[in-house]
Design a protein around this ligand. Structure first.
Ligand code: DX5
Ligand code: ZN
Length: 555
């Protein structure tokens, strides 16, 4: 079973956008803590939790408890995306008579716990877990607690109880974002160690300083420590928690408050403040501009692909791009599903299998079983019927669905039927067959043209630029509309993969900032540009933004 990666990613993006919509309409609320937990609440709702939005009180449903109840926009947005109520209802957030209040309330379908006062949700969850055991029920309880919330003594009393009663049907997520209402947690009441100075990123970088997990371990819990924004790590940890018998599990998820909106990230001010309505459309665009880096391992040592996967993983790649060539669809041969299966245990990072093979429908199951998370097949050798079959096989195995076209191919007519449901479209910018070729310049124009066509056809997936992408053109590829970037020779072919990937990200971020400044200018001229730039208080973002605005003659 694949990760269902893009499916979750798209739901998380949609939920984040609803949080912005709701809090902006309300003029208050808590976006910061809604965004730090966004990926793992998304994985809970769209990968693990069993529920029926049409029958919220279904007896055998899994239970979800949001103990840090002030992050209610984060819960309501997921409930809306899951289908408990219409998404437009989010705009009633915090209004009189609304079912969606500043803290979750039972009048909202899907809410299992009214988390107003902090520190109580874990005890409540223990009651649910014990009740399930006494009733002989198989459902599980998923609970999210906050790190500021962990100042409450009741959390630790509950920690003792859950361990004493060996509640292995309980999985807790600690949203470890290092910020509480008034300040950094490590200044108010350190969970790891006292913060000297203002830079919490120092805490992030040095694993030797993380003590929170040890605290829970000493209380007898199964502790899993992860990067709380990486879907594959969340899924791996949650699966492992489900399989652990005899102890409750806690997933300590290191997160960034306000994640995915640069001016909110790591800024304590955004704990409980709503965006300005004028800024909201810029944030909306920013949320649409997430990007992913996918190193292609065939650009490395073909006799030691395991090592290439490790290099990509150590470099914090988002995907491992696997170019399968069969010597028929393209003249070269690389490897097949047996190699993918052999590489699979090396890392949980999503495997992005790009099949340059004839007759993909015949082999598709092999690539699913080998452990691919995303599979892309070429439009040139498919038709409506074979792609339909491939699509169905992938969906039923929670593998994301991709379609690729060569530089001289247009989107075929039959693809229309699938576009709105497609997760990924690979636009080849070299003639497929080998790495190390030069980027075909006309691909920029083609990408821009296809982006427009896709928008009309309600495409909600990601465009992957593949072939000859490097540091000199990745910014333009981003501005064209690509959001996933394959790098063979420009990443795996380099000595230091980690530094190169960081450089790729820096370039793309630079292009994204340009795009957002442009948006601010279109919406409100220099005044809005300045207003938006001023919001970037933490880190060194502001000076780069001012420079960009000057270059564009906007300020
Ligand atoms: C080409 C492959 C690409 C390629 C990428 O057939 O699909 O993924 O190997 O390598 P570079 O980035 O070197 O073009
Ligand atoms: Zn490829």
């Amino acid at each position: 079973m694949g990760l269902n990666y893009y499916h979750i990613l798209k739901k998380v993006r949609e939920a984040r956008k609803l949080v912005i919509k709701g809090t902006t309409a309300a003029g208050s609320g808590h976006p910061g803590g809604s965004f730090s937990m966004a990926e793992f609440i998304g994985c809970i709702f769209f990968k693990f939790l069993r529920y029926d939005p049409k029958n919220p009180m279904w007896e055998d449903r899994d239970r979800f408890v949001l103990s840090k109840g002030h992050a209610s926009p984060g819960l309501f947005s997921n409930l809306a995306v899951a289908g408990y109520f219409d998404k437009s209802e989010i705009e009633t957030l915090r209004k009189f008579e609304s079912r969606l209040q500043g803290h979750p309330d039972y009048k909202c379908p899907g809410v299992e716990f009214c988390g107003g006062s902090l520190g109580i949700g874990l005890s409540f969850s223990i009651g649910m877990a014990l009740a399930a055991r006494i009733d002989g029920k198989a459902h599980r309880i998923y609970t999210i607690i906050g790190d500021g919330e962990s100042d409450e003594g009741q959390v630790w009393e509950a920690a003792m109880s859950a361990s004493k009663y060996k509640l292995d049907n309980l999985t807790v997520f600690l949203d470890r974002n290092f910020i509480q209402q008034d300040d950094y947690t490590e200044r108010v009441m350190p969970l790891d160690e006292e913060l000297v100075g203002d830079d919490i990123s120092e805490m992030w970088k040095n694993a030797a300083r993380w003590k929170t997990g040890d605290k829970w371990r000493s209380f007898g819990w199964n502790v899993l420590e992860i990067d709380g924004h990486r879907i594959e790590q969340i899924i791996k940890a949650t699966r492992s928690a489900q399989q652990t018998k005899g102890t409750p599990s806690i997933i300590v998820a290191r997160t960034i408050k306000g994640k995915d909106v640069e001016h909110m990230e790591d800024n304590p001010k955004w704990h409980g403040v709503a965006p300005n309505p004028k800024i909201a459309p810029i944030i909306d665009l920013e949320l649409d501009c997430q990007f992913l880096i996918a190193p292609s391992i065939i650009a490395g040592d073909m006799t030691n692909l395991g090592n290439e996967v490790k290099r990509a993983a150590q470099g914090r790649a988002d995907f491992i791009h696997l170019d399968v060539m069969d010597g028929l669809f393209v003249p070269n041969k690389t490897f097949d599903h047996t190699k993918i299966k052999e590489l699979r245990p090396i890392t949980p990072i999503p495997f992005d299998s790009h099949l340059m093979i004839n007759d993909p429908v015949k082999h598709i199951r092999d690539y699913v079983e080998a452990g691919s998370d995303i599979i892309t097949v070429h439009a040139e050798i498919c038709d409506e019927s074979s792609f339909g079959e491939i699509h169905d096989i992938l969906r039923s195995n929670e593998v994301s669905v991709g379609l690729a076209i060569n530089p001289d191919t247009e989107l075929p007519q039959w693809a229309d039927k699938f576009i709105s449901d497609l997760d990924q479209l690979i636009l080849m910018s070299v003639v497929p067959g080998k790495s190390g070729q030069k980027y075909i310049e006309s691909s920029h124009e083609k990408t821009q043209r296809i982006v427009k066509i896709l928008a009309e056809k309600k495409f909600s997936g990601f465009i992957e630029a593949d072939g000859g992408v490097d540091l000199s053109n990745v910014e333009y590829c981003f501005l064209d509309g690509a959001r996933v970037f394959v790098g063979g020779s420009a990443i795996i072919g380099q000595k230091d993969v980690r530094v190169t990937i960081a450089e790729f990200r820096r370039k793309i971020l630079h292009a994204r900032r340009k795009l957002l400044i442009q948006k601010a200018h279109n919406l409100g001229g220099p005044e809005l540009v300045n207003k938006w730039i001023d919001l970037h208080e933490v880190g060194k973002k502001k000076s780069e933004l001012i420079q960009l605005a000057k270059e564009a003659d906007f300020v």
